[in-house]
Design a protein around this ligand. Structure first.
Ligand code: PAF
Length: 296
């Protein structure tokens, strides 16, 4: 497996590489969620590229850029074991050289929920869209894989690809959970054991809502009340807990079609997000698979 640091070396290495090329963009601190994407990329691509870049442009002033976990040696080993052919780990000045002065602005989808100024702020998705567009231009992948845990990011990237005609297919991998339901996140390592127990309130809230929907309760108020009750019991105050259309983030009054229930909350030093896609059960169908347990 190769490790490249410059765009020139990356392009030289990929010039004759077998296609399709599958890209898994990451900020490192790899966990099973990333590794499941790399394994899926291995199934899809003849060449698998994993990028590791802690993108300063997507961190707000009060966020954890300096503290963000970095362990390149470990990440490179895990990426190789999961099936990567090439890791691209550029220094910041390779991605943002002196004089760099462009930003990609994705419209409405990138202007709410996480982008609220009281949360990650409007710069966040500009930073994500800009670095993802740059990575697409640098790597030239045929397919790129992202995780459903960052549901809004996944929608923003799909919009970016549609609007700017990137010739890349986007595949979204399922959220991977710990045995007790906690969605895997690089930020979980900030949690003490008691905070980690409280953090389970997020996935329990989603599961409570899911259970209600399975019992055919589709009214937003009731579904949200069930989720709020679980958060309250865990002592977690959500930054938001919302039902939105899964394709366009439009506010949902009822669960119908695919409806995204998304939650964000601070637990101790960690800001955590999670979500589930709710679907109204068809008449006469069996109960769907529960949310707990590791997704594969
Ligand atoms: O999801 C992430 O890890 C990051 O937002 C991404 C897509 C790698 C861009 O920096």
């Amino acid at each position: 497996m190769k490790l490249e640091r410059t765009v020139a070396d990356l392009r030289r290495e990929l010039a004759g590489a077998p296609r399709p090329v599958a890209l898994v963009p990451t900020m490192g601190a790899l966990h099973e969620g990333h590794l499941s994407l790399i394994r899926r990329a291995r199934q899809l691509g003849a060449t698998v590229v994993v990028s590791i870049f802690v993108n300063p442009a997507q961190f707000g002033p009060g966020e954890d850029l300096a503290a963000y976990p970095r362990d390149e040696g470990r990440d490179v080993r895990l990426a190789r074991e999961a099936g990567a052919d090439l890791v691209f780990a550029p220094p910041a000045e390779e991605v943002y050289p002196p004089g760099f002065n462009s930003r990609i602005e994705v419209g409405d989808l990138a202007a709410e929920l996480e982008a609220d100024p009281a949360r990650r702020g409007p710069e966040h998705f500009r930073g994500v869209a800009t670095v993802v567009a740059k990575l697409f231009n640098m790597v030239g992948p045929d397919v790129a894989l992202f995780g459903q845990k960052d549901a809004q990011q996944a929608l923003v990237i799909r919009q970016l690809v549609r609007d700017l005609d990137f010739p890349v297919r986007i595949e979204i991998g399922p959220t991977v959970r710990d045995h007790d339901g906690l969605a895997l996140s690089s930020r979980n390592r900030y949690l003490s054991s008691s905070e980690r127990r409280r953090a389970l309130g997020l996935s329990r809230a989603l599961r409570a809502a899911e259970a209600l929907v399975e019992d055919r309760e589709l009214e937003a108020d009731r579904v949200l009340a069930a989720a709020h009750a679980e958060l309250e019991e865990a002592g977690v105050v959500p930054e938001y807990l919302e039902l939105r259309g899964a394709g366009d983030l439009s506010p949902a009054e009822r669960v119908g079609g695919e409806t995204l229930l998304c939650v964000a909350a601070r637990v101790g030093p960690a800001r955590l997000i999670d979500n589930v896609i709710l679907r109204a059960p068809a008449e006469g169908t069996l109960r769907p698979r529960p949310l707990t347990g590791a997704a594969t």
